[in-house]
Design a protein around this ligand. Sequence first.
Ligand SMILES: Nc1nc2c(ncn2[C@@H]2O[C@H](COP(=O)(O)OP(=O)(O)OP(=O)(O)O)[C@@H](O)[C@H]2O)c(=O)[nH]1
Ligand SMILES: [Mg+2]
Length: 461
Amino acid sequence: MDYKEETIAAIATPIGIGGIGIIRISGHNAEDIARKIFRSKSQIKSFDSFRLYLGHIIDPESNLPIDEVLLSIMRAPFSYTREDVVEVNSHSGYAILSHMLQIILRTGARLARPGEFTLRAFLNGRIDLTQAEAIIDLVNAKGDMSVRLATNQLVGGLKTKISEIRQVLIEILTEIECSIDFPDEESPKLTKSHLADRLNEKVLKPIKQLIAAYTQRKIWHEGIAVVIAGRVNVGKSSILNRFLQEDRAIVTPIPGTTRDILEYMVTIEGLPVKLVDTAGMRKVKGEVERKGVDLTNTQLGLADLTLLVIDRSRPLNKYDLHLLQKVDTTATIVVLNKIDLPAKLSDKKINTVFQRFPKVAVSALTGKEFNTLNEAIFNAVVSKKIDMFSTPIIPNLRHKTTLTNASMFLEKAFINLINGFPLEIVAEDLSWAKNAIDEITGNKTTEEILSNIFSKFCIGK
Ligand SMILES: Nc1nc2c(ncn2[C@@H]2O[C@H](COP(=O)(O)OP(=O)(O)OP(=O)(O)O)[C@@H](O)[C@H]2O)c(=O)[nH]1
Ligand SMILES: [Mg+2]
């Protein structure tokens, strides 16, 4: 059945006890359903679009009121789906919402599948696929920057960029097809090198920039794992607590306090960070501690960044040096802790032993220099090339795969063009590239692409 003939409904808010619960209905039957299940004090002849009505949802079979609600209608095309949409704001509880939904389903709607409201917004041309994907990113955003990136994509950042690239590609393709059809019209040599330059500058390069930007995606959307490692008693758990601004990890003067791995999410300069506290390194005493040290080693392998903590108020020992061998030299910051105490490590010694590493001296006890540590963590993982004042456009894995595919055809076309190969071959590769680009926005799409994207949504979205 054509989706346009079906009216869909779902609970749009999380199931459970809450201030407000919302049920959403979309489709040509939505208003009719509202009429049948809604009663207000004054007789409503016709609902105004974008107005809230106070009244009761009633069960049309028993005529009994179910809940006092606010009901609104957003008439097509000015709604989330571009169809008639009715929203019912009710009290939120386990039974109340599902009872009302059952009544709505009996009155002429069917239950929406996950993401089906957004799918309709796409099918009805209100958003493209990159904007639909941005909605998922926005809902899942873990930090300020991932919200910014998702919003930028939602308002059409990637869509615009792609359509600019696509436009130039179509112009080039048209010119080439013209030269194929009318070979005598222009000086072919001049045109070809000019076209190749344009293809490179305006199509291939921007696509490569987008592909390169993908590496930043994990950092912003999923965050990074920062592992706090060091020998026993250097203050690892105290550093964790300082980041969390509360005492979550046990801190004692007894070496070997932490045995397990502790993980907490924090945001550092807008970056979602999973902080991992580990068992301290020393001569292993017993089974429990050996397991703890094994876990630490595993965590070091999984770290995006390691904070190697050194107690500056004590001399170095072999366990500090042992850990130094284990950490990834390209992704480690040496944290010199306990600067509130007299130093037992000279700057000279520190600079010699930890020559290759960025170093930050802090006090977990007083919080001194934690700002500097935050900045150092940020700088260690975020490419300096990113301008933090303008929001970058970062593709997701689907976009990146498709862009890579397009760029292979474009490279071939570029080389064939400068080498003077037949224009028919060039045109064919450019067409393939255009098809790939069309998959990103959904100009061309398949059931599989759509189901991959929309199955990531929850019901009601
Ligand atoms: N003066 C001072 N003491 C600190 C500082 N940081 C931690 N300490 C103390 O050092 C001792 C060990 O701190 P923890 O945070 O438990 O150290 P840890 O590295 O987690 O130790 P283990 O879990 O045993 O490996 C505690 O007595 C802390 O209060 C600091 O910056 N200054
Ligand atoms: Mg500890």
